[in-house]
Design a protein around this ligand. Structure first.
Ligand SMILES: Nc1ncnc2c1ncn2[C@@H]1O[C@H](COP(=O)(O)OP(=O)(O)OP(=O)(O)O)[C@@H](O)[C@H]1O
Length: 299
């Protein structure tokens, strides 16, 4: 598969600097100045006809009486990266959390609709959420390692599953390799995870999620707290991981969506405005709202 990093005429450093400028404009409340109307990326293309991993249909979501998602229907394709983009507060994270029932932890919330995961409805009251969250792992915005050793962080879920000894050691190594962290930590597995850099901590959290062998990885702005180099490593990792996992990533960074994803959903005010192959979203959006957003005319 294409690495997704090849951007003719735009080095990684330039890309990151441009992203950083966009972000600064965002933070200062200035209108977004689009770096390029259409990101000059070689977005990795969808790999042939891939199956559906999760089929979300007509999802509504409520925080108390406040509705946050309206009739959202979105296919999540197997072994592809689906990016969710849209302005702050449009419901991206809420939607992501419906997929592994993390919203259940927020009192007084309600979901309607259907999200078929291998034919079973994720929202069904009978769904075993512990098992669901093993199969659909999650990585959060800020790295959140446990105050334990590097080894223990990755082994945690395996111990919960009752695994022991050599098997755990092997799976920890495999997960750390999978998260592109092994070489950096193999000589200090017993050291505290809190001594790692932010980027290493985030890759450790990815290793922790991988250890229990999920099928799907949900990533909620996984690089937003990281510096440009650490961000690049996460993006590289995503393009590697998608060979084995189905990935859904929330990002406020459109360039990042264009670099790493094959499919993109654009959300606005709790509604899915447009969903398509990433290249089509950025080069040939069908809806005016999508075009306005990706060209920086609002948001
Ligand atoms: N725990 C909560 N209780 C009540 N309302 C919430 C809660 N979390 C989110 N909301 C509201 O739901 C809407 C969608 O929020 P959400 O965090 O999903 O948006 P988002 O697109 O991920 O935003 P951002 O990019 O800023 O993270 C917003 O109006 C938000 O204020």
């Amino acid at each position: 598969m294409n690495s997704g990093f090849n951007q003719p005429g735009r080095s990684a450093q330039t890309a990151q600097a441009q992203d950083a400028q966009e972000e600064r404009n965002d933070q200062q409340g200035q209108p977004k100045v689009p770096v390029t109307t259409v990101p000059q990326t070689l977005t990795p293309q969808p790999t042939s006809d891939t199956g559906l991993k999760i089929d979300v249909k007509d999802t509504n979501f409520y925080y108390g009486s406040k509705q946050a998602l309206y009739e959202v229907s979105l296919p999540i394709r197997e072994r592809q990266v689906t990016a969710l983009i849209g302005p702050s507060g449009c419901g991206k994270s809420t939607f992501l959390r419906t997929l592994n029932r993390m919203n259940d932890l927020i009192p007084n919330t309600r979901v309607e609709g259907e999200a078929l995961f291998d034919g079973e409805n994720i929202y069904d009251k009978r769904t075993d959420v512990v098992l669901l969250r093993q199969r659909i792992g999650m990585v959060f915005q800020r790295p959140n390692p446990f105050p334990k050793s590097i080894f223990e962080n990755v082994a945690y879920g395996l111990h919960v599953q009752g695994k022991k000894g050599k098997q755990v050691e092997e799976m920890v190594e495999r997960s750390l390799r999978g998260a592109a962290l092994w070489d950096e930590v193999k000589d200090r597995l017993k050291s505290s995870a809190l001594g790692l850099s932010g980027g290493q901590q985030q890759r450790l959290c990815i290793a922790r999620a991988l250890a229990v062998q999920p099928e799907v990885l949900l990533m909620d702005e996984p690089a937003s707290a990281l510096d440009p180099i650490a961000t690049l490593k996460i993006e590289e990792l995503v393009t590697e991981l998608v060979k084995d996992y189905t990935i859904v990533i929330v990002t406020h960074n459109m360039q990042q969506a264009a670099r790493v994803s094959q499919f993109t959903g654009f959300f606005l005010s709790g509604k899915l405005v447009e969903y398509a192959a990433t290249r089509d979203i950025f080069e040939r959006p069908k809806k005016k709202e999508t075009e306005d957003y990706i060209s920086g005319r609002f948001g």
